[in-house]
Design a binder for this molecule. Structure first.
Ligand SMILES: [Zn+2]
Ligand SMILES: [Zn+2]
Length: 281
């Protein structure tokens, strides 16, 4: 079975994420260490690092990811914005390495109509710089697939593969978001369709580069190119598709991270996790 968990609030201290996750039964964890709609990188000092490492050890060192700020864009034509994105990502990755967590998930950004191929050399250069600047010994950088809205890079699995190949750094992996894949045209509504989508990923990106799954149903339809997460079973994908993904031996031991609205509207909750557990059998 995958390692089931979700995104939690880390306000008041990163170490608090562990108890909040435990309260909901999450065994894999993701946080926004800084507010996602503002520029910034996690600020650490010895005290924070120690508190975090203690809490992590007490929790059994579960898979733990940072989700980088949403403003990042390595694919645009604004060089200042790209540089800022590069330093922010490097700051995130260095902090992840200092804390000893699994890695940093991020969205590559939008080429705004210029086309993926046109922007690939620039994206590659920035990603190489991020890895040089942060030089993580253990933490990974995870490229997330997206819903394909507004020229966003990485909706097609081929684009993720192209970026991984172009950078050629084994410390970069990928994160598969079920809602984003569905919104960009990869069906997951039936067991057959879910398996087919996973076959596509396996063939194009490779299972060895699939480090985490963002587990979200979708409010909008197949190929809608809209990024609207729904609670598991409450959206257009539905329970049958999730059951197939959860039971697929290729995803056993992969961290599944809920980023759903929650049944009380306050984010990933115990009820969504219970649904995943039930569907996993
Ligand atoms: Zn996601
Ligand atoms: Zn999303």
């Amino acid at each position: 079975m995958p390692i089931l968990g979700g995104h939690v609030d880390s306000s008041g201290g990163l170490h608090l994420a562990f108890e909040r996750a435990a309260a909901m039964g999450f065994e894999s964890i993701q946080v926004h260490p800084t507010p996602p709609n503002y520029w910034g990188s996690p600020k650490l000092d010895d005290d924070r690092v120690e508190k975090f490492r203690e809490a992590a050890a007490a929790a059994g060192n579960p898979p733990f990811y940072f989700h980088a700020v949403y403003l990042i864009n390595l694919a645009g034509d604004d060089a200042t914005l790209r540089q800022r994105s590069e330093s922010t990502l490097a700051g995130y990755l260095a902090a992840a390495d200092t804390l000893g967590i699994s890695g940093v998930v991020f969205h590559t950004g939008s080429h705004k109509g210029a086309g993926f191929e046109t922007r690939l050399p620039t994206i590659t250069e920035h990603l190489k710089h991020v890895m040089e600047r942060a030089d993580p010994q253990q933490a990974r950088l995870l490229i997330e697939n997206n819903a394909g809205q507004g020229g966003c890079v990485g909706a097609r699995f081929e684009e993720i593969r192209a970026m991984l190949d172009a950078v050629g750094d084994p410390r970069i992996n990928a994160c598969f978001d079920t809602c984003h894949a569905f919104a960009s045209g990869y069906d997951e509504r039936t067991p057959e369709a879910a398996r087919q989508t996973l076959d596509d990923w396996t063939r194009v990106v490779g299972l060895d580069r699939l480090e985490a799954v963002h587990c979200n149903d979708s409010q909008t339809g197949l190929g809608s190119n809209r990024d609207r997460h729904a609670n598991i079973g409450d959206g257009e994908i539905g329970e049958a598709g999730f059951a197939a993904l959860l039971k697929d031996p290729r995803l056993a031991k992969v961290p599944f991270i809920l980023e759903v609205p929650g049944f009380d509207g306050r984010g990933p909750d115990a009820r969504n996790l219970e649904i995943l557990r039930r569907l996993a059998g």
